[in-house]
Design a protein around this ligand. Sequence first.
Ligand SMILES: NC(=O)CCCC[C@@H]1SC[C@@H]2NC(=O)N[C@@H]21
Length: 500
Amino acid sequence: MLSSQPLLHTAVFALTVLQALASNTFIAAVYEHAVILPDAVIKPVSPDDALALMNSNMDVLEGAIKEAAQQGAHIIVTPEDGIYGWNFTRDTIYPYLEDIPDPGVNWIPCTDPTRFAPAPVQERLSCMARNNSIYVVANIGDKKPCNSSDPSCPEDGRYQYNTDVVFDPEGKLVARYHKYNLFIPETQFNYPKEPEAITFETPFGKFGIFTCFDILFHEPAVVLVSKLQVDTVLFPTAWMNVLPFLTAVEFHSAWAMGMGVNFLAANTHRTSISMTGSGIYAPDGARTYYYNMKTEDGHLLVAELDSHPRLSTAFPPAVNWSSYALSVERFSPNDSGFGGLIFHDWFSFTELAKPEGNQTICQKDLCCHLSYKMAEKREDEVYVLGAFDGLHVVEGQYYLQICTLLKCKSTDLNTCGQPVETAQTKFEMFSLSGTFGTNYVFPEVLYSGVQLAPGEFQVLSDGRLTSKTRPTKPVVTVTLFGRWYEKDHLKQDPQLPAFS
Ligand SMILES: NC(=O)CCCC[C@@H]1SC[C@@H]2NC(=O)N[C@@H]21
């Protein structure tokens, strides 16, 4: 008997396509998932036990996918490690891995599950996409056997990759991305030999994909946006928050604004290791975001985005990041500067001792200028202007240029740069700029309680990050986070002896 299912699918898919084309917008969803972790084991579990654990996570993800589809979402992103969790060695993750083919094979695992080796996870994800007529983005593990004909083949005879997959609304595998910048503890995985810049077209724009720690590096993240001109980035992540600059919602929204793209960030949720913070971000600010350190449940976000943000009237202007700062005299150069550490980097600081004023602080080639006015100068809170120009060397090496206005943890200046979540000082205005040598600068504004400030700040074409209106909440940090990719080739190769 002929099933009416394929016809129904084609009709629903066609309708979705027509709606998206007509409106030039689409509805995006991200799900912050409190992943069910496997027990920490020394010996690998059986494939059945591995699948059982992954199915319990996919049960939860399926609920979120259904709910997103019911709310009209065209695409949903789920987090890195969201299906198998973490705490693995190379051997103990093996039963969780599947051979994920190149999407060029044109495969719908839901309707053709036996075409390749058994792939129950891909089959189930494909069916979730197909049954709900929605693009599904997930993070799973790929295995690729190799042998001694390949001189780089690992001793255990296989490559293992941290992998993002995308299934279209018919359930077809349309994208596969192997994470290029593994985070330090990911010893269970191999680095792909070359970075992959993975894109795919949809009726609502061109998409690119990368994973978590990739966001701090040029390849493939910047290549996808600057060269391949994607409209929207998909970003599964397992991100531990680090204040004051690298908290998920703060940094990911800033990257979207700095790069001028939509950005769909789905984080895992585990407060004990500061993992929370997902969002749907557009170039002009967050459409919606989620940060919750109080409870352990997952959370679905849904929001509408422009399909082609570069064509939108709200698209921010091109920015010359050093123009303003190079054009002004140093504000009140003073010798009251002092130093302090922020996330292992030695910053130069100057205190904002008055309720309003203009300040400059310089480090190496970077001078940061600030004009500000506080609603009142509180006796119990201290703010500083800070500058850092150099190589960050902890948990990876990367060159940074950072200008920041931040609240110190206490009135003791020795605490400046330590993580702070709350503040009471309201500002009437701020304007921050710097003599950046890089074009890649990500503007961050964080209010008290790890809250973003969508619509309340802007970047002017001369590189000033300014308040648009009177900031509605007390300020914790205002930061221009510059990433100087061009300098990365100067890094000391960790495999070479020092001073070689
Ligand atoms: N799973 C990953 O690849 C993401 C880790 C990102 C962590 C960010 S980047 C450097 C900071 N260190 C942390 O512990 N969290 C921040």
